[in-house]
Design a protein around this ligand. Structure first.
Ligand code: MLT
Length: 343
């Protein structure tokens, strides 16, 4: 397998990658997905490197996924949780993150309830920064694993009709996903009540509908979003029951989808609200595949940022005395199996 081309030091938004960067991550994802099928799913690619997860907001899958990915690349991991930390003693975000970085980490994976925190950390810290979700702004690795999942189920992303349904206004997942889908030439329709559309939706350059039943028969992908009640500051819906009736993907609605169509959700799901209680177990649903693919894709992202080519470049450009000497990765994963798809 070819080594990753030297790229940017951070992954803050999908725009940092562009079409070629996204395609490169998807290709690397194929190699790491193969690693994950081995009896010992581990390669020494990031041996000697340290990845810190800095989560100021709750997470199950994203955090475990990054930590699993780092360990499978043989990196050391450091974990910070806001609960039980010196934040409760009044320590600032800057001091906390600089303290973690000073442990000698090569990469910080950060989640925070405020938009822009990942970008701020990239200015304060000397190591790589990956945005694992900042407020309602972006969640780029989620979009990458979702594109990977579409590609592995449907063959390609290009030209696919994707309906993104639910609370788009408060969703960082939607922002990153739409950007990635557009970069890969998919056709996106947002489906939501007017109160759950972002104010500047016109600038998104996508189709918009408030009628899920009209959109379903043509969709290749139905992507459901949770109501982000922790980020809603007003009563935006008459009731959850009414939301489910108009926008929830029930089993009856699944029956109206094309045979090849897939149903996606980033999790956590609220069964009976945006998704019918029995839908996640149906064949069309990709929810657990998305989680599994997330590990391979996050391995690809970490490898691209910290693998040998990227590391050498970052070390050369860092101010002297501020960065640990980059250790070239000892090895990269074996070539993907013959026949593995290349974009
Ligand atoms: C997120 O962190 O944004 C999740 O993956 C999606 C959600 O919370 O609904």
């Amino acid at each position: 397998m070819s080594r990753p081309t030297a790229g940017p030091r951070h992954l803050l938004s999908v725009a940092d990658l562009g079409r070629d960067g996204i395609r490169e991550i998807l290709r690397l994802g194929d190699s790491f997905a193969e690693v994950n099928t081995r009896a010992i799913p581990k390669v020494p690619a990031l041996r000697g490197r340290t990845v810190a997860s800095l989560f100021f907001e709750d997470s199950t899958r994203t955090r475990l996924s990054f930590e699993t990915a780092a360990k499978r690349l043989s990196a050391d991991t450091v974990t910070f949780s806001a609960g039980g930390s010196s934040l409760s003693k009044g320590e600032s975000l800057r001091d906390t993150s600089q303290t973690v970085a000073a442990l000698g980490v090569d990469c910080v994976v950060v989640r925070h309830r405020s938009a822009g925190v990942a970008s701020q950390l990239s200015r304060w810290l000397d190591c790589s920064v990956i945005n694992a979700g900042d407020g309602r702004h972006e969640h780029p690795t989620q979009a990458l694993l979702d594109c990977y999942t579409i590609r592995s189920r449907l063959g390609d992303v290009e030209g696919r009709r994707v309906a993104v349904v639910g609370d788009i206004a408060h969703s960082r997942v939607a922002r990153s996903l739409v950007a990635a889908l557009q970069a890969l030439d998919a056709e996106v329709t947002l489906v939501a009540p007017a109160t759950l559309l972002p104010p500047a939706v016109d600038s998104w350059k996508v189709a918009v509908s408030s009628r899920l039943d009209d959109v379903l028969p043509r969709a290749d992908v139905v992507y459901l979003l949770r109501l982000q009640r922790e980020r809603q500051d007003a009563a935006l819906l008459p009731s959850l029951r009414e939301f489910h009736e108009r926008f929830g993907l029930s089993a009856e609605r699944v029956a109206r989808l094309a045979d090849h169509a897939i149903v996606m959700h980033p999790g956590p799901m609220n069964r009976g609200v945006e998704i019918g209680a029995e839908v996640p177990e149906m064949h069309c649903a990709t929810i657990t595949e998305q989680v599994a693919n997330g590990v391979a894709i996050r391995m690809a992202v970490l490898f691209r940022l910290l693998g040998s080519g990227a590391a050498a470049e970052a070390a050369a450009s860092a101010p002297s005395g501020t960065r640990r000497t980059a250790q070239p990765a000892d090895s990269v994963p074996a070539d993907p199996a013959p026949g593995a798809r290349r974009d």
